[in-house]
Ligand binder design. Structure first.
Ligand SMILES: Nc1ncnc2c1ncn2[C@@H]1O[C@H](COP(=O)(O)OP(=O)(O)OP(=O)(O)O)[C@@H](O)[C@H]1O
Length: 597
């Protein structure tokens, strides 16, 4: 069984509605927490850029001062010294401002990202369980890491670039008009050409990069599949054919990467050529104007410096727009998750206590994961406190679904589930769920010590309690022989211990909890006979004095159950004890005879 159902669909995020205005507004909501930092950042960007843009003007003035030498006039070195000092001063202040600005923006973007990440994580703990049925873990993790990172980069770099580019464009433009409107006209001949080439090439590059990423994705997917299936590949002696397939994928990826790289490399020289062509045009025309005394040589030099500054943002513009678009798309993917429905709130006056006796009643319960297809139909039964209920039936019969409803992972469509004669939605969810212990087939072990793993979710337990639970779970002996006993670190998902041992640890965890109800999903076939006997014994210990629901695969569990629910196609087709069902000679009898007799 699987928390929240076993069948998983896919959601690749393509359903994300594209409403950029709303996205920007929502991003602004996050940014507005750090308004002060943002305003300081913007002011510093404006000032530092404005100051650095005075540089070319001062350079022009210096050259003009010096050019009088040709006319036989003495150079005013005092003036040149003042201009030079001003220039150094402005550049220095601008650099310092840039430094503080970068720090302010990085801090701001990290604060926004921190908050976004917390909201997203919080969402994962409150969202309806059904969300995890339709979304792959990898996709959710990629939203939490890759998407959030791309917002962070955009906030710290793109935001600054937009402001810087705008200021550079405006100031350079104004300064070029002041210095020489005529040269500006000549210079503007090359601007559309440069803009056009950059836009065209960046479109081609984007397409090539997309193809390259798809190919790399395919290559990674193939590698992942191969690594996880290594044992099967070796057992079927498929190494050679796998190698050939990998070679094909690798060649394809390398080819597409080359093509993407080729176009990216071509852009730089092409755009440079156009820009240099513009510079040559302005330089030639400017030189003629200088000769005819229409402008001074220093002004020409200042103009050329401004024109260089002006072309920078023009060339960057399309990249910048693409970066911002992709950051907004990332934000949309995140907001889409944040907008998912949460679990329903507890009703007013819901009981703030757990279950007392453990009497469980299903009354005409119907449920479907989709409203148009009922998976459980009109299910009714009663389990008395302390009884063991074995749920049996073919695959897809609805066994896991029944347990999912009992745990309140989903809400019933029709009918009522009662515990202690109280409809289950009249309990606060947290107290209700605390009354259950679950031992599933896909046991959940986290990175931490054996002790921490057993204690998980159980407050106020002592080391002795843990040892006693481990003894009852028949895992104490094994733990004692680990290098650091109970303090041995288990790796992620417990890959350094066996499946059976993992299950015993989880049983020990459940032993510690004083829950009245227990849900067990018996392992089918992944353990050896010795471990199986151990697990069975441990489970029997665990079931004592609890109302237990077991998705049963073992003969002994089924035979000893107080109540067997035989499920088929969403219905309970037969229910009763082993003896009573056998004497009916119905479906249970047939199933039993075909599987166990
Ligand atoms: N999250 C889900 N979304 C949609 N349909 C689902 C979901 N989980 C299960 N189903 C469908 O509901 C039906 C009952 O599934 P369920 O997992 O309860 O069966 P099961 O008896 O536990 O099967 P198995 O023994 O194979 O685990 C199946 O048809 C299944 O495809």
């Amino acid at each position: 069984m699987n928390r929240g159902g076993v069948k998983r669909g896919r959601n690749d995020g393509s359903e994300v509605p594209k409403n950029r205005k709303v996205t920007i507004k929502r991003l602004w909501y996050y940014l507005s927490y750090y308004k002060k930092r943002l305003i300081i950042g913007i002011i510093l960007t404006i000032l530092s850029n404005a100051l650095s843009l005075i540089g070319p003007y001062l350079t022009g003035q210096m050259i003009n001062e010096m050019s009088v030498f040709n006319e036989g006039i003495d150079i005013n070195f005092n003036q040149i010294f003042i201009l030079g000092s001003l220039m150094i001063g402005f550049y220095l202040i601008s650099a310092l401002m840039n430094y503080y600005l970068s720090i302010a923006l990085v801090k701001m973007s990290q604060s926004v990202v921190y908050k976004l990440r917390m909201d997203l994580f919080n969402k994962m703990t409150t969202v309806k369980v059904g969300y995890f049925d339709d979304n792959q873990t990898g996709d959710i993790i990629s939203r939490m890491s890759y998407d959030i990172d791309s917002i962070a980069t955009s906030l710290s770099a793109d935001l600054m670039n937009v402001i810087t580019s705008t200021i550079t464009l405006v100031v350079s433009f104004v300064m070029m008009i002041i210095v020489s409107p005529l040269l500006l006209l000549i210079y503007f001949i090359t601007i559309p050409l440069s803009f056009l080439i950059t836009t065209l090439l960046s479109r081609v590059i984007k397409r090539r990069l997309r193809i390259r990423n798809t190919k790399l994705g395919e290559l990674n997917g193939f590698s992942e599949e191969m690594i996880s299936g290594q044992k099967t590949i070796q057992s079927y002696v498929q190494e050679d054919s796998i190698f050939e397939k990998y070679q094909e994928h690798n060649l394809d990826a390398a080819k597409k990467s080359y093509e993407a790289g080729y176009y990216s490399t071509v852009t730089g020289p092409s755009v440079n050529f156009i820009n240099n062509f513009g510079t040559a045009l302005v330089g030639t025309a400017g030189a003629i104007l200088v000769v005819f005394g229409r402008i001074m040589i220093g002004d020409l030099s200042a103009f050329m410096l401004y024109s260089k500054r002006f072309s920078g943002p023009i060339n960057q513009l399309s990249n910048l727009v693409a970066d911002i678009q992709s950051a907004l798309a990332a934000a949309e993917r995140i907001f889409f998750v944040l907008d998912q429905d949460n679990e329903k709130k507890d009703i007013d006056g819901a009981k703030s206590r757990g279950i007392k006796t453990g009497l469980v009643e299903f009354e005409k319960v119907s449920f479907g994961y989709n409203a148009n297809k009922m998976v459980l139909k009109n299910v009714s039964f009663q389990a008395k406190p302390g009884q063991t209920v074995a749920i049996v039936g073919e695959t897809g019969a609805g066994k896991t679904t029944l347990v999912n409803l009992l745990m309140r992972f989903y809400e019933v469509n029709e009918g009522t589930i009662r515990i202690d004669h109280i409809p289950i939605d009249k309990f606060q969810r947290r107290y209700y769920r605390k009354s259950f212990s679950m031992v599933l087939q896909d046991t959940w072990i986290f990175k931490g010590t054996v002790l921490e793993n057993i204690m998980y979710g159980n407050d106020n337990v002592t080391f002795d309690d843990v040892v006693s639970a481990a003894k009852k779970a028949r895992i104490h002996h094994y733990i004692e022989h680990l290098p650091n006993g109970y303090y041995t670190e288990l790796s992620d998902d417990g890959v350094n211990i066996s499946k059976g041992q993992k299950q015993l640890i989880v049983i020990a965890r459940a032993m510690l909890s004083h829950s009245q109800l227990l849900i067990l999903d018996e392992a089918t076939s992944n353990v050896d006979t010795y471990t199986e006997v151990n697990i069975q014994e441990a489970m029997r210990n665990l079931m004592k004095n609890k109302t237990s629901f077991v998705i049963a695969h073992r003969l002994s569990t089924i035979k000893n159950a107080d109540l067997i629910l035989l499920m088929s196609k969403g219905n309970i087709v037969e229910q009763g004890t082993h003896e009573s069902l056998m004497s009916q000679k119905g479906q249970y009898y047939n199933l039993f005879m075909s599987q166990f007799a």
